[in-house]
Design a protein around this ligand. Sequence first.
Ligand code: DGJ
Length: 687
Amino acid sequence: MSRIFFDAASHTLLLTTPATSYALRIDAEGAPRHLHWGAPLTVEQATALPTYDGLTSSFASTSGEEINVEGGPRFGVPSLLVRYANGARGVEWHYEGHEITDGSELHIHLRDQHYPLGCTLHYAVHDDSDIIERSLTVRHLGTADEDGPIEMLRCDAAVWSIPSRSGTRMTHTVGQWTGETQLRRTEAPYAETTFTSRRGVSGHFGNPWLMVDAGDATETHGDVWSTVLAWSGSWRITAHRDHTGGPFTVAGGGGHDGISRRIQPGESHRTPVFAGQFSQGGFGAASRGWHAYIANHVLPHPDEPRPVIYNSWEATGWHVTPHGQRALADRAADLGVELFVVDDGWFGQRTNDRAGLGDWHPNPEHFPDGLGPLVDLVRRLGMGFGLWVEPEMTNPDSDLYRRHPDWVLHMPHRRRTELRHQLVLNFAREDVTEWAYKWLDRLVAQHTIDYLKWDMNRAFTEAGWPGHPDGERLWTDHTRGVYAVIDRLRHAHPGLRIEGCAGGGGRADLGMLARTDQTWISDNTDAVDRITIQHGYSQIYPARTMSAWVTDSPNPHTGRTTPLPYRFHIAMTGALGIGGDLSHWSQPELDEARELVALYKSIRPVVQFGRQYRLEDAVQYMADDRLVVIAWGHDRDLPLNGLSLDDVYVDELTGAEHHAANLLTRGLPLHLGGGDRPSAVVRLTKQ
Ligand code: DGJ
């Protein structure tokens, strides 16, 4: 069944998803003009829609086009900003045609009327999702050198137009190291508002997505337009609220202000995807739409249960010895852990953060016989084996840097700023990615490593590539290089699973999730702080991708004391792991932890694969006939969500019966127990 329709008489294109429609029209000048993004429309209804008049009469700041350029009376945020070799700028469109492939992809071909610039707007829709994927290909259509390069000063993947309402509110996240994905909701100013990362990674400071509503949406009700960028490098999303009546626009793509990329004759550039979803049913429904889309269209192995992991970082830091790791592995296995991950500190001269990055061989003093004996022991204990790596980095105090000082990002006559005593290797260079692939491939193959935690602990500075005629392309090509190494590695080692990490959640995005299995979302493992961080992460990303460890109390970062079950329950809302120093846990603590791991395994299919409902101080998951509620706070009746009125549920532990109608209104009676920070897991089954 085709999901995309074309009305030749009016040049109107209609894209349909299961519950929404999106419409645009090619105008007489050849420009694609936006018509509609919202509730379902028929072709007839779409053809009857007028285009926004921003270009023709009111000269509004946002003109309501599918791609914003300079040229004519356009004064909005240009999503494509180009400069030709003779200094001319802007675009005058000529429409060359469009193709609809498989009834689910639309490609609109445009070119400039004079200059050798070609452009294709890509759209894709799915049968099982209301998410629309958009991206852009820019081509230099010239053939001869005399055409000169075209400089792209901004090249967004898409501009989304949202109907102006009396209120317009933006939802997004802010953050920092150990405090990622803090949700913010704010009335949009009548202005251009840019959300961005200039760091070379998507960053801790804001996640690359933006939701828009009319100011009236709640967790359970209301229209929400959400947009998410699938990119792990620098990025920019600019929202523009126009007081003269144009639509609210959201333009987004890779790159940041002041950085350009040249395309040469014959060359083309494809942007990452900037996807959008219109949903009704509030922010909760918007999130569930993204969770399902990520499971069905982004993750490499969505249906695999994520293992219970042990990670040694908080226990041993850089003091990684076979003896210490063995002691932890023994205890982890006894608790029911399924995968043991040795974090930073196993290689080169890495006994602190000043040395060793780049020298990817086991530390000769600590591991004179290599990693083999430890890997064998972990396997004998019945666990998979994982290893931390940070392939994009080097310490000046490393053999690699001494051999290849030119491999790092740098600029002539500029200092090489060290952050965490390390420099960034230029993954835009093929010799660098080839080197990285080779040692990773060797390492994984030698020990049939099951899992890599791929870390990245600093932002770009002095991001130059001396000798390259278009060095600024490294801002894009570094990320592409990372993607290429991971993709190649996964292809060569189909059993390998990867956790994305960047000093915690500094690169938690759809670009990484397309090639990793889960994300380390924060170095803050304090269960109380985690609630907020996880709440922000869950707005877009599904629970199965959210690594969450139980660590020690008092927490090493915050000093806060919390009970063991509380720490477990909060971590159970995602992919459970343990990161505490098990060698200091008492026997009663270990016994309780073993039971809690078993409890998690019993709810794992519901948490990891179910639909998620965020409740007040609780999260509810539903899959098939099972329902799990993880709650904290205080005893109360907790109204649930998403149930069919006539169903009856039974509490798996107490046998108590609950009518769904009562669970939805009066609520689930919660008995969390006493003490400091009470919490509980409730398991219900539909009768
Ligand atoms: C930052 C990560 O987020 C931590 O979990 C840990 O792996 C350290 N890096 C190791 O240096």
